[in-house]
Design a binder for this molecule. Structure first.
Ligand SMILES: [Fe+2]
Length: 386
């Protein structure tokens, strides 16, 4: 063990390894690097409102979503609205469509005026939408991005409290005495939508668009190993709520040979909820993608699953919350750098063995106007295998 990875606990007999050393992006930007926030954004969104998908088979989709832990808020022959337990608008909007696809995200504007400012700044229009208002934008990757305000919240639903844990010492005694711990293997109780992760062939342009237009700020940058001078190739981006702590990332965005949805993540009460609901999904025969583990950027305890259309969804708990004072961290991109502990990320998770990625890479190299070149591809392949 190297000296710089040790902390000497005062009065204690054993040096303990500092888990932050050589795992976390504790180093900040170098002079001249991307600052990770806009000097003058159009608005500052307050969070994700919902994600929109299309699915050819709504019955099959509903079965998976119920097993994954959503609550059905509404169902019509053409659409399915799903929600978490916390008070909020439905966080998943699924419409019947010819093929399974992610449509786009909707972000929450704190004030009605924000929509006017966005419309003026982007040439968009404010329209009535589900009892509130919206402006529909398009990001540089091509996604339709809604910003909404005033859509009524659904009231909170009852949920299980986090399990009491017998940690540490207390003069009052254990928090759980004469009582057992029996988390049920059943569908999770999803509390809320946490984040969406997107791939893009125009990372830098899309990054600046989200910072300048929606006022998002970067929590962590990843760069291609050995190519830091190209700038970042992935960003974990949060909402700027000033002194109010916000999820480490609401949007994660990475340079990829193909623009597309990677996964979305939903918060549950505690680690037992992540693990026991995963056992339930396994018993139902769903495809596990990666987990259980704890991320580095964001620190969430995570578990990834695929729905019957191979769309990836994440259960998580215990994520980092940063206020606006936290500066972006910088670290090299690698698969092994995605988790502090847990199994090695599988090709099922990274998509590294998907033959469509090779086809997309060749197409991206030919297409003009994106950020994919041979150097970038080499860096991405290295990241996927390290
Ligand atoms: Fe995630």
């Amino acid at each position: 063990m190297k000296q710089d990875t040790q902390l000497q606990v005062q009065g204690g007999p054993e040096p303990v390894q500092d888990p932050h050393r050589s795992l976390h992006s504790e180093t900040g930007a170098r002079p001249g690097e991307h600052p990770g926030r806009s000097g003058n954004p159009l608005v500052k969104v307050a969070g994700l409102a919902w994600l929109e998908f299309e699915k050819p088979d709504l019955d099959r989709a509903e079965r998976f979503y119920a097993d994954f832990g959503f609550t059905v808020a509404d169902r019509t022959p053409e659409a399915l609205l799903l929600r978490g337990r916390w008070a909020a608008a439905a966080c998943l909007v699924v419409r019947r469509g010819p093929q399974a696809r992610f449509v786009g995200p909707a972000f929450q504007a704190p004030a009605r005026d924000d929509l006017d400012r966005l419309a003026r700044g982007t040439g968009g229009t404010v329209t009535a939408h589900w009892g509130g208002h919206t402006v529909l934008l398009r990001d540089p990757s091509g996604y339709p991005v809604r910003v909404v305000h005033g859509v009524p919240e659904l009231p909170a639903l009852p949920e299980r409290a986090p399990l009491p844990m017998n940690f540490g010492q207390s003069e009052a005694g254990p928090v759980r005495a004469n009582a057992t711990q029996r988390p049920a293997r059943r569908p999770a109780e999803i509390e809320r939508l946490g984040h969406v992760a997107l791939g893009t062939t125009r990372f830098r342009e899309a990054l600046d668009w989200y910072l300048d237009t929606l006022g998002l700020i970067v929590s962590d940058f990843l760069y291609l190993d050995g190519q830091r001078d190209r700038g970042p190739a992935m960003a974990f981006i949060r909402c700027d709520l000033g002194s109010v702590p916000s999820d480490h990332h609401t949007l994660a965005m990475a340079l990829m040979p193909q623009s597309g949805y990677l996964h979305s993540a939903y918060q549950v009460a505690d680690i037992d909820e992540v693990a026991a609901s995963g056992e339930y999904l396994r018993e139902q025969g769903y495809r596990h993608a990666w987990g259980l583990g704890r991320h580095i950027q964001g620190s969430q305890i995570f578990d990834y699953w695929r729905d019957p259309d191979k769309t990836m969804f994440e259960h998580y708990t215990d994520g980092d919350m940063f206020d606006a004072t936290m500066e972006p961290g910088w670290a090299p991109m690698s698969v092994s750098g995605l988790a502090q502990w847990g199994p090695k990320a599988t090709a099922e998770f990274t998509g590294a063995k998907d033959p469509r990625v090779v086809v997309a890479a060749i197409k991206a190299l030919r297409d003009k106007g994106n950020e994919i070149d041979l150097h970038a591809l080499r860096g991405l392949i290295k990241a996927m295998s390290s």
